[in-house]
Design a protein around this ligand. Structure first.
Ligand SMILES: Cc1ncc(C[n+]2csc(CCOP(=O)(O)OP(=O)(O)O)c2C)c(N)n1
Ligand code: SF4
Ligand SMILES: [Mg+2]
Length: 283
């Protein structure tokens, strides 16, 4: 199927220039590259501008509660393992109210993909500081500079146990699509942090600011399967004149499904597994 087949046909109500448009383009491209079909993909989101993504794609979609996308996505994946499950969160949704679920999910390593849209603000509620905003920064939505320190989604994911950790840029459609496809292919919990300009509330980091700074890790000879914690931290904490993008960490460890004996293949639903076990004639 072509990427356009994954578009729902609704016009997004995001602001002009929002990075979310680029993310939708990358997502549909990744699904097409992987040969997926809409009936095999489920998107689960919390609340925020980012969370509306599920409405604009032609696939199963669940728009849940603020910070609660991950628990719903994990439950869905365990009950319907044949689906490609994508959890979508904003930086407020995922690193604020949903941060406990982020850590808990890292410990489990359920086979799903988690996309964190990082615009450093609470876009939907008019630009308050998100947990990813740097201490002392003052984007236009804030009356005074930010008084809290920043949390880094990549290093928090490492500490929690995510087995695939990547970062992409919303307007690098090809590069981001490649990262999302790699994350989906990875057996286990995969994070893709997406640097997402919010032109309405974050004037500090517009599209051009990121475009001048992003540097693909692959061009620096960095190997996410061999890099140790020190090399990982050095790359993950670089956020200035050079902002690395790409895969930072990849390890093949037993998934939650494998640990509890659930995994009999990614492509079998519970009904299909039961049929295989008991014999089609008896069902
Ligand atoms: C329990 C609860 N608390 C607060 C809110 C209000 N609220 C809606 S979206 C949001 C933050 C959105 O920011 P983010 O997750 O970064 O998403 P963005 O809009 O930037 O994509 C908040 C605090 C809510 N909907 N539910
Ligand atoms: S407020 Fe920001 S994140 Fe929300 S739609 Fe507008 S530009 Fe996008
Ligand atoms: Mg946000």
């Amino acid at each position: 199927m072509k990427p356009a087949a994954f578009r729902a046909g609704l016009d997004p109500d995001w602001c002009p220039g929002c990075g979310n448009y680029g993310i939708v383009a990358a997502l549909t491209r990744a699904f097409a590259e992987l040969g997926l079909t809409p009936d095999r993909v489920a998107l689960v989101s919390g609340i925020g501008c980012s969370a509306k993504t599920v409405h604009y794609l032609n696939a199963y979609g669940l728009h849940t509660l603020h910070g609660r996308g991950l628990p719903v996505a994990q439950g869905l994946k365990l009950s319907r393992p044949e689906l490609t499950v994508i959890a979508i969160a904003g930086d407020g949704d995922g690193m604020g109210i949903g941060a406990g679920h982020f850590v808990g999910a890292g410990r489990r390593n359920v086979d799903l993909t988690y996309l964190l849209f990082n615009n450093e603000v609470y876009g939907m509620t008019k630009g308050q500081a998100a947990p990813t905003l740097e201490l002392g920064a003052k984007p236009k939505g804030l009356a005074r500079p930010n008084v809290q320190a920043r949390v880094n989604p990549l290093t928090l994911a490492y500490a929690a146990g995510f087995t695939f950790i990547a970062r992409g840029f919303a307007f690098d459609t090809k590069g981001l699509a490649g990262l999302i496809a790699e994350a989906i292919r990875h057996p286990g919990l995969a994070l893709v942090e997406i640097l997402q300009p919010c032109p309405t509330y974050n004037d500090l980091h517009p599209r051009e600011w990121f475009a001048e700074r992003i540097r693909p890790l692959a061009e620096e000879g960095y190997d996410p399967e061999r890099a140790g914690p020190g090399a990982f931290l050095e790359k993950a904490e670089a956020f200035g004149d050079r902002i690395p993008v790409g895969v930072f960490w990849r390890r093949r460890l037993p998934t939650f499904e494998e640990r509890i004996g659930l995994a009999s293949g990614r492509d079998k639903s519970p009904a299909e597994r039961a049929r295989a076990l008991l014999g089609a004639a008896r069902l």
